[in-house]
Design a protein around this ligand. Structure first.
Ligand code: FE
Ligand code: FE
Length: 290
């Protein structure tokens, strides 16, 4: 029960820095979170923990609790992209590291292929995309930003919802790992796997057999209070039922990305009881208390 009193509220467990696709440095993310009132935060960059050290140092400065996190690119049962949040895993676990590095390696050829396909219709080049990433880990949001700067889309949402939809000729399937393998890897590294925005990007309701398979693989829970989930109330309601039935952890988070998304820190939060469950289930990395 000790952590109950040590990890101060409010708790925001999903924020991105420019180590992946956010626009703020890890230090700036921590300051933005603190300024918005957050007192316990997880830095969850895509497929990398490279921002942890800087965030840990700034959390200490601000008197905030740091929870180690990462958002892993995975593939679901239907082949679609799934984002798996991992918390309090060993950041040096070799199996997990080599898996996420393979995702990072596959990201660039995929983006190049999407850029090539877009270039058949739009005057966009790979250099336009590289400029957006500015030397940092490159992702699809940089492609979206390049299209925005060139005036082809209004914003990132316009890009994903109206141009590079899954059935468009520009879409190249995600290179992610099978979601059950990701769950196994995260657990193997002593971490807790929580599916990020589990219904926001799909209109479907998760079939029971998928839930049973995820539960058997060791899924820890779902990030239910996420702005994107509310676009699919039916899918969200079903996950709330599953969370009860399978006794899963449920979290809420902002998914702050700096200026790339409107999501501001602390817009959704996680309860101390649920953070305590994550801490109790983890063995790979301890929270760093203020
Ligand atoms: Fe995500
Ligand atoms: Fe995210």
């Amino acid at each position: 029960m000790e952590a109950f009193f040590r990890a101060h509220q409010p708790i925001d467990l999903h924020l991105h820095s420019n180590v992946s696709d956010g626009t703020d440095t890890p230090t700036e993310v921590v300051r933005a979170a603190f300024g918005a009132g957050v007192r316990t935060m997880a830095l969850t960059d895509h497929d990398t923990t490279a921002g942890w050290d800087e965030a840990i140092a700034e959390c200490a400065q601000q008197g905030m609790t740091f929870i180690g996190g990462m958002e892993i690119t995975a593939r679901g049962a239907r082949g679609g992209g799934v984002h798996m949040l991992a918390y309090l895993f060993d950041p040096n676990d070799e199996a997990l590291l080599s898996a996420v590095n393979s995702v990072l390696d596959a990201r660039i050829p995929r983006l190049q292929e999407m850029t090539t396909r877009l270039a058949a219709t739009y005057a966009i080049t790979w250099d336009d995309v590289l400029r957006q990433a500015n030397g940092k880990s490159i992702g699809r949001p940089h492609l979206a930003s390049a299209m925005q700067e060139l005036g082809y889309v209004a914003d990132t949402n316009d890009f994903f919802e109206n141009v590079v939809t899954k059935d468009s000729p520009y879409y190249v399937p995600s290179p992610g790992l099978d979601v059950r393998d990701v769950i196994t890897l995260v657990r193997g590294a002593g971490g807790v796997p929580i599916t990020a925005h589990p219904v926001g990007r799909h209109s479907h309701v998760m079939p029971r057999e998928h839930m049973v398979a995820l539960n058997a693989a060791g899924l820890g829970g779902f990030e239910l209070d996420h702005v994107e989930n509310f676009k699919n109330p039916e899918g969200l309601a079903r996950l709330r039922e599953y969370a009860e039935e399978f006794d899963l952890i449920v979290t809420g988070s902002s998914d702050y990305n700096g200026t790339r998304k409107p999501n501001s820190p602390v817009s959704y939060t996680t309860t101390p009881e649920m953070l305590q469950r994550i801490i109790d289930e983890s063995t790979g990395f301890a929270p760093i208390y203020a």
